[in-house]
Design a protein around this ligand. Structure first.
Ligand code: NAP
Length: 289
């Protein structure tokens, strides 16, 4: 029986994100006030997936709220890989564009890796270009993936000790699991990366001081997987009959975890905020501002 005597803090990712966005807005405002060009994010959407269309709208809205420019390039579901590559090339050459994000998933037959590899690494705000990913691996300064950056911000904000912590990451995707594992390891955590073939996942998770679930399996992580006092970060989002559900049984984590991110207003708002920050970082590096 789990000891439920602890006060668990439910992370307010939205409030944290709004605080960071306010700072970003002030920085962008200073460029605008000085008569300079403001940072610009370009989003590319190929196909007519309604969820993707809503994601890119959210990203554009977030840009405009902090005074950044956002431009959009839409291609039909029938677009070929070459069509998408041409758009990426146009945006690479466009001096007024600082960040390029190609919304995934792409229509069938288009390789996400080929598209990512075509983005100018200086504008790679989603951090999927091999050079960007390689720099993270080598520990050299680079743009980095937005969700992992947001997770580290949350851990730091809630004063979770990363150094020497046992961190368990469930999921090994290029966009979340691998980069967050590298970032935690760089901060001197001892990291275990788990996936669908991991044996005794529950027992592995029970050792975690920091547990990151980036899987997409609803409520995979149960109360008895969580070590007392662990920081639990729930990245997963699954749509079950119109209801969004995370990878963690959040109610079950209450009274056991030190902090837990809710599946709404948790990691999500921080992901978009880190995209804005990456765009500003790319702008500064490109313009020397
Ligand atoms: P992904 O590419 O589908 O990767 C999922 C990972 O989970 C894979 O490594 C897979 O293992 C592993 N996995 C699947 N079933 C498992 C199981 N039963 N036990 C242990 N591991 C298992 O996913 P992703 O892109 O990283 O996204 C993960 C989740 O996070 C999704 O729900 C996504 O919607 C969500 N997400 C949220 C945000 C946000 O901002 N809130 C951002 C990005 C993603 P294998 O490698 O062995 O297949």
């Amino acid at each position: 029986m789990a000891d439920r005597t602890r006060q668990t803090i439910v992370v307010d990712g939205l409030a944290l994100a709004q605080g960071i966005r306010k700072q970003l807005a002030e920085e962008v405002g200073r460029y605008a006030a000085a008569g300079k060009r403001v940072p610009c994010l370009a989003v590319v959407l190929a196909g007519d997936d309604p969820a993707s269309a809503s994601y890119i709208m959210g990203k554009q809205r977030a840009c405009s709220r902090i005074g950044m420019d956002a431009i959009e390039r839409r291609l039909p579901a029938s677009a070929s890989e070459q069509d998408v590559l041409l758009v990426v090339e146009e945006l690479n050459l466009n001096d007024a564009v600082d960040g390029i994000l190609v919304q995934l998933p792409l229509p069938e037959g288009i390789s996400a890796n080929e598209i990512a590899a075509a983005i100018d690494p200086a504008k790679d705000v989603d951090a999927l270009h091999p050079t960007t990913a390689g720099k993270l691996l080598l520990g050299t300064p680079t743009l980095a993936a937005c969700t992992p950056l947001g997770i580290i911000e949350i851990l730091d904000h809630y004063e979770i000790e990363i150094e020497a912590a046992n961190a368990v990451v469930i999921g090994r995707s290029n966009i979340v699991g691998k980069p967050v594992s590298l970032m935690l390891q760089r901060r001197n955590a001892t990291v275990t990366m788990c996936h669908s073939k991991t044996r005794n996942l529950r027992e592995v998770c029970q050792q975690a001081d920091i547990l990151v679930a980036a899987v997409g399996v609803p409520r995979l992580v149960k109360a008895d997987w969580i070590k007392a006092g662990a920081a639990v970060i729930d990245v997963g989002v699954s749509n079950i009959d119109g209801t969004l559900v995370g990878d963690v049984d959040t109610d079950g984590a209450m009274g056991i975890a030190s902090i837990v991110t809710p599946h709404r207003r948790g990691v999500g708002p921080m992901t978009i905020t880190m995209l804005l920050r990456n765009t500003l970082t790319a702008y500064r590096a490109r313009t020397g501002e």
